[in-house]
Design a protein around this ligand. Structure first.
Ligand SMILES: C[S@@+](CC[C@H](N)C(=O)[O-])C[C@H]1O[C@@H](n2cnc3c(N)ncnc32)[C@H](O)[C@@H]1O
Length: 206
């Protein structure tokens, strides 16, 4: 199998490097590695999401869906000292890096970097943040989103960044059709920033 960044265990040598990023007026140095998404810099889409959306102070439980090396999860945990952040990914190397980056940011106790199946069944989320793995293909993407949107609390919100040419607009329509009203809150450099809200009309995981 090709060594994509979303492999469970990337076959490529685990060559570490660091990436500098400024998120919500704080400087971070993240450890990244080969076999992990955007190992050379904070991804442009992710940086636009973090530039356009700022978390609010009262959030308790947050999901970073497809955490990679953890920039979103770590910054959310730093910004929200009361919050627990579940950072899920299928790539074990990414999960290890998220753990290291959370420790470096002083938030290791509140960032839970785990495989999707290892999130306890009773955990539900106030918010979901994601630069989702579009490359897994539409059927898998839809299945993944319905699975996790189904665990948003009523009124909970999902913030996502999706490239326009990677189907950002059709994803917005599809989420609305599924019972998660979805609006475009910003558009920049070919990326759509989407906000979807969990209503009691939300679909169940399929
Ligand atoms: C576009 S990357 C974003 C990574 C990171 N959030 C960032 O902004 O740099 C999407 C991530 O989703 C992960 N992924 C792929 N399939 C997944 C799935 N079914 N469940 C959770 N994560 C998945 C990939 O391994 C990858 O790390």
């Amino acid at each position: 199998m090709a060594d994509h960044f979303f492999s469970e265990d990337p076959a490529s040598a685990d060559v570490r490097r660091t990436v500098q990023a400024r998120i919500w007026d704080r400087d971070y140095e993240f450890i990244t590695a080969s076999g992990v998404f955007s190992r050379d810099r904070l991804d442009l889409g992710t940086s636009i999401l973090l530039r356009e959306v700022r978390p609010s102070g009262s959030l308790r439980t947050i999901l970073d869906l497809g955490a990679g090396y953890g920039p979103i999860a770590c910054a959310l945990a730093v910004e929200l000292p009361e919050a627990d952040v579940w950072a899920v990914d299928v790539n074990n190397r990414a999960l290890e890096l998220t753990g290291l980056n959370a420790a470096a940011a002083g938030v290791a106790e509140r960032v839970h970097a785990v495989q999707p199946d290892d999130v306890p069944d009773d955990v539900v989320f106030d918010e979901l943040w994601s630069n989702p793995a579009i490359h897994i293909g539409k059927p898998e993407l839809h299945k993944m989103l319905l699975r996790w949107f189904g665990r948003l609390k009523p009124g909970g919100v999902a913030w996502m960044v999706v490239g326009k040419n990677l189907g950002g607009d059709s994803l917005q329509r599809w989420l609305t059709e599924q019972g998660y009203p979805c609006e475009r809150v910003a558009s920049s450099k070919g990326f759509r920033i989407l906000k979807a809200t969990a209503t009691n009309r939300g679909g169940s995981p399929s």
